[in-house]
Write a protein that binds this ligand. Structure first.
Ligand code: EPU
Length: 348
């Protein structure tokens, strides 16, 4: 165990991909479970709230910072076992897991490449992209119960995974995730299911080919963090794709055609969900509500490559970003009657 070291007034902006927001009043880096428990105990004894920071890629920090303890998760063990099992500490960068799996010919993560952040964050929002969701290959989630400080491990059913959703997201005060075990498929057959991917690689493509095509598609949308990309300061998709009834989706499509925003109903993007509802494309709704890619409001705006990513150009504030987000939300609501929901977490 490393000793618990509590730092004060640590700037959080450099630890987030948006590069926005104020400092943590208290801050501790934890590299093992004993130090994690010591940090949680310290916060409780001192009467402070505690939150966990992973890769900072899905997080918005308020300008005033965070008044409690920020625990920077750095548990970094990774163990590729036999038979497709992988045991990973929450602080391991996610791409390390994807890379190790694809290199071994283990399937299940090849579409989840190029996603910034740490492994511990993946079950929280049930990371998904290009036809895969991480919940499909999660075997156990290792947790600390914040109340009892007992260590435990949860089966996937207990995590109540949904689209960008889980019990961890809905009940942030319940558990801290400190590790994830994955069960991957050793037969090497990859997932080519997402229409945009199907257009670009054959169904029989190798895991390596699928991964590099996904990386290519993500890069084109500025959804890979690249220091030279002017759209790089983002939190990925800023809003969830709205899930609506099929009657509601029909209404939106008919409205779009009637107002000359789409040539025909079939051209309005919509995706059926397992529950029988329809997922609409938030990026499309934003553009059609009249906010073009690359729109700027001072130091913030929309990515020039993807309307669903709000970006920071540098020198801005979280207040500006959130006010622009409100403007986007209001425009979509006015135009289509659809309420967009924020996807990244606001640190409060
Ligand atoms: N679209 C537009 N304008 C845009 C962007 C998209 O009209 O600026 C339309 C596209 O033409 C397409 C549809 O929207 O018809 C869907 O676009 P895309 O394939 O880019 O995916 P998305 O629905 O915008 C979701 C995830 C992404 C994930 C991609 C690929 C959410 C909130 N976002 O985006 O995840 O990479 O699918 O699977 O579900 C993230 O969560 O941070 C993230 C990047």
């Amino acid at each position: 165990m490393t000793d618990l070291e509590i730092q004060r007034d640590v700037p959080l902006a450099p630890l987030t991909t948006l590069e926005l927001g104020g400092p943590a009043r208290f801050f501790a880096r934890v590299a093992d479970t004993e130090t994690l428990l010591a940090a949680l105990r310290w916060a409780r004894e001192e009467g402070h709230e505690a939150v966990v920071l992973g890769g900072g890629s899905n997080l918005i920090v308020p300008d005033e910072g965070y008044p409690g303890l920020v625990i920077h998760m750095a548990i970094g063990d990774i163990d590729f076992k036999d038979g497709g099992r992988v045991e990973v500490g929450a602080g391991v960068p996610w791409e390390v897991v994807v890379d190790g799996a694809v290199t071994r010919g283990w399937a299940g993560l090849e579409c989840l490449t190029g996603i910034p952040g740490s492994t511990g964050a993946t079950p929280i929002q049930n990371v998904g992209a290009y036809g895969q969701e991480v919940s499909e290959v999660i075997a156990r989630v290792l947790v600390v119960d914040r109340e009892s400080l007992a260590l435990g491990d949860l089966a996937p059913e207990a995590c109540e995974f949904g689209y960008r959703d889980s019990m961890f997201k809905r009940e942030p005060g319940h558990y801290v995730v400190f590790g994830v075990h994955f069960a991957l498929r050793t037969d090497g057959a990859g997932t080519v299911r997402y229409a945009e991917l199907e257009k670009n690689v054959p169904r029989s493509a190798s895991l390596g080919e699928i991964r590099s095509k996904v990386l290519d598609l993500r890069r084109r949308k500025s959804m890979v963090v690249d220091p030279d990309d002017p759209n790089r300061r983002s939190a990925g998709s800023f809003f969830l794709n709205p899930v609506v009834t099929s009657a509601e989706a029909d209404r939106v499509a008919a409205l779009a055609v009637a107002e000359g925003l789409a040539p025909n109903i079939a051209s309005v993007p919509r995706y059926p969900t397992a529950s029988g509802e329809v997922k609409l494309a938030a990026g499309w709704l934003i553009e059609k509500s009249g906010i073009a890619k690359g729109t700027r409001r001072g130091a913030v705006g929309l990515s020039s490559k993807h309307a669903l990513a709000l970006i920071h150009h540098g020198g801005g504030t979280t207040t500006e970003l959130l006010s622009f987000a409100d403007e986007v939300r209001a425009r979509v609501k006015d135009r289509f009657g659809i309420s967009l929901q924020r996807e990244p977490r606001l640190l409060t």
